[in-house]
Design a protein. Structure first.
Length: 174
């Protein structure tokens, strides 16, 4: 099934909407840790979902967009670039997953495919978070801080989610 066809089916729209709602709920329920220089946005664990369904790409994008709009200190730069970073990272994760599907065992595939959300958020989100809210802190420190939070969310929590979903064989249903 191609990405283009599958994104517009009722099933994919519902999956994307659920993913968006879960992303927003996780982000807002943990707002203290979801925003700022030191952030572990638990919802970023969902960035592994493009490995299971392309519907996760718009779901994560919309979830991030809404979560950033509802941020304790909303900023148009964060709303636009944070959300677009999630969209781009989700697309890359999906593409990497497809490329690696038959070439690697599950653990290395997961470890490689989840790099885009970590790297892009560390670099892009870290850069504008520093410029907007922490100009006195060196940019590389903010990028490292955001990157560490992403590693915890994506590899730690995302890994648990990934291997739980693989164990349930849910990927065969999507």
């Amino acid at each position: 099934m191609s990405m283009k066809k599958s994104l517009f089916s009722t099933r994919s729209l519902v999956q994307g909407a659920i993913i968006a709602a879960v992303y927003v709920a996780l982000t807002l329920s943990n707002a203290m840790f979801s925003y700022g220089m030191v952030q572990i946005r638990i919802a970023e664990a969902l960035t592994i979902l493009p490995l299971f369904t392309p519907a996760a790409i718009p779901g994560i994008f919309i979830g991030c967009l809404v979560a950033n709009i509802l941020s304790p200190s909303p900023n148009i730069i964060d709303i636009i670039f944070g959300s677009l970073t999630s969209l781009f990272a989700g697309s890359l994760t999906y593409q990497l997953g497809k490329m690696l599907a038959d070439k690697m065992k599950e653990i290395p595939k997961f470890l490689i495919a989840i790099i885009p959300p970590i790297l892009l958020n560390a670099l892009i989100v870290g850069a504008y978070v520093q410029m907007l809210w922490y100009p006195s802190v060196p940019m590389y420190l903010v990028m490292i801080s955001v990157g560490i939070g992403q590693v915890i969310a994506c590899y730690g929590l995302g890994g648990i989610l990934y291997f739980t979903l693989k164990k349930t064989k849910i990927d065969k249903l999507m």
